[in-house]
Design a protein around this ligand. Structure first.
Ligand SMILES: Nc1ncnc2c1ncn2[C@@H]1O[C@H](COP(=O)(O)OP(=O)(O)OP(=O)(O)O)[C@@H](O)[C@H]1O
Ligand SMILES: [Mg+2]
Length: 464
């Protein structure tokens, strides 16, 4: 973070300062007392199990220069506030405003699927043009976004922010913390459909990003998604479109996939054409790459620089299409970070594109789909069969419908379409049936923890 005195932090957050006003925070801002280093600011947030305020002495002992907390502690200077998360947002807002004055360019990304993937591509592309803050992982909420903002400093030229929403008003709130000049909307799917009620409700919420842009800004919209391009009238910013169609400003031509399901295409933008070879896996990454390209173009990069940056960009965040081959010749694809119907289909398409003898999909439930959940799981089972999956292992009670759907679409129940109660049973079954040459996709919603199953499967094959 930029260096700030405790007095400045109290002013920006509207908190009451106890202890020395001149103490200066020069390090990072953290919520985890175990991660505190000398000079840091500790923000004591009450979680489900522990109250951060209990760790104020520990943070002080680790060298924290000060804290934001709901109660003071003699161990260190404190800025006392009613709501530390809200204070974190205010602090980030204040710091962001100062950095923008110094020329920082902020880019925001939202959409139902692919925010982190696109942020990782864009962050790496922009980094070839100037110092960029775009941390790995999915820091897209009221805590993660301010922390990302606060990790920028006077040297930062580009700040890439992931913006998530679980309801109306969330993205508008994030934009009040750090208003982007460039806003990217990827797609409108069914992630968190349960909370939003309808895809229109999701479009309404995601569009808050383009509504927040000023007339000096650029909205980068995916023209291949009607609900996204439909947001154009909601912004005063310039609109730049991306997609496969002829009308898009930034296009991908001649898309092909290699045997590792990595896409190659020609990037057409600004009257130029340049080849791109992606390192990330799956055709869905073409759309993400185009969105990243549109944003980088709006940020002033040339199409040639962008194509080179996209081609050099590597996977950065864990558990998203992580492809690894075991010593025994089984390939494990760990895409267990999260799942919704669209991302499941994208992953199944990528599985189909990977070379191997048999395709195996180990799928857990998709959370938060609302009343359509049962039908969506069954449809997914059918789609997996249509995508050419040979063996489907549905894991956990919520995934029963996937096995039913696969069986209805022709996979022999109990043999080619199997439902197992938990991860341990899945693992036992797979260690019996997997053969060299098999390609195994592991995917479910975050809460099902299937990334551990993927890790176990990998370790097992290497031990063999
Ligand atoms: N453009 C896309 N269209 C459909 N599915 C995608 C797309 N990009 C990524 N995915 C799928 O979605 C999964 C999650 O990707 P990613 O983490 O980038 O999304 P996210 O929007 O950041 O998710 P979250 O809301 O959990 O933060 C990936 O593992 C992949 O299966
Ligand atoms: Mg994410």
């Amino acid at each position: 973070m930029i260096a700030l005195t405790l007095a400045e932090i109290a002013e920006l957050t509207g908190g009451r300062l106890t202890g020395s006003p001149d103490a200066t925070v020069s390090g990072t801002v953290t919520l985890d007392s175990r991660a505190v280093a000398a000079g840091d600011l500790f923000v004591a947030v009450a979680g489900e199990r522990v109250d951060g305020a209990d760790f104020l002495p520990a943070a002080a002992a680790a060298g924290a220069m000060g804290a934001i907390a709901t109660r003071p502690d003699d161990a260190l200077p404190c800025v006392v506030v009613a709501d530390p998360v809200e204070a974190l947002g205010r602090l980030a807002k204040g710091v962001h405003a100062r950095l923008v004055e110094r020329g920082l360019l902020t880019l925001g990304i939202t959409g139902s699927s692919g925010k982190t993937s696109t942020k990782d591509l864009l962050g790496q592309v922009l980094a070839t043009a100037g110092p960029t803050v775009s941390p790995p992982g999915s820091y897209n909420n009221d805590i993660g976004l301010p922390l990302t903002v606060l990790s920028a400093d006077e040297r930062t030229r580009f700040l890439v922010l992931e913006m998530g929403a679980r309801g109306r008003g969330h993205i508008a709130r994030l934009c009040r913390v750090a208003r982007p000049r460039i806003g990217v909307v990827l797609n409108v799917g069914s992630a968190h459909l349960g909370e939003f009620g309808s895809p229109e409700g999701i479009a309404e919420a995601k569009g808050e990003l383009v509504e927040a842009l000023g007339d000096d800004g650029t909205a980068v919209l995916n023209a291949d998604d009607p609900r996204v391009i439909g947001m154009a009238p909601r912004t005063v910013a310039r609109v730049l479109t991306t997609g496969r169609g002829e009308d898009a400003d930034v296009r991908a031509l001649d898309v092909t996939l290699d045997e590792s399901a990595r896409a190659r295409f020609t990037l057409a933008a600004g009257g130029e054409r340049h080849p791109v070879t992606l390192q990330v896996v799956g055709e869905h990454q073409v759309a993400n790459a185009l969105s990243a390209a549109g944003a980088a173009l709006a940020a002033g990069m040339t199409p040639a620089q962008i194509a080179a940056g996209l081609s050099a960009a590597e996977p950065r965040s864990r558990w998203r299409m992580e492809v690894a081959r075991r010593n025994d010749g089984v390939t494990v694809v760990n895409d267990a970070y999260n799942a919704n119907p669209e991302s499941m289909r994208a992953a199944l398409a990528a599985l189909a594109g990977l070379s191997g003898s048999r395709r195996v999909a180990v799928l857990g439930g998709m959370a938060e789909l609302g009343p359509d959940a049962a039908a969506e799981h069954e449809r997914l089972g059918r789609d997996a069969v249509a995508a050419g999956v040979d063996l489907i292992v549905a894991v956990g009670p919520d995934a029963v419908g996937i096995a039913d759907g696969a069986a209805a679409a022709g996979r022999r129940a109990g043999e080619e379409s199997v439902h197992v109660p938990d991860r341990a049973t899945a693992r036992e079954l797979l260690s019996e049936v997997l053969r060299p040459g098999d390609v195994v996709l592991v995917k479910a919603s975050r809460s099902y923890g299937l990334e551990q199953l993927a890790a176990d499967l990998l370790a097992e094959g290497d031990a063999a």
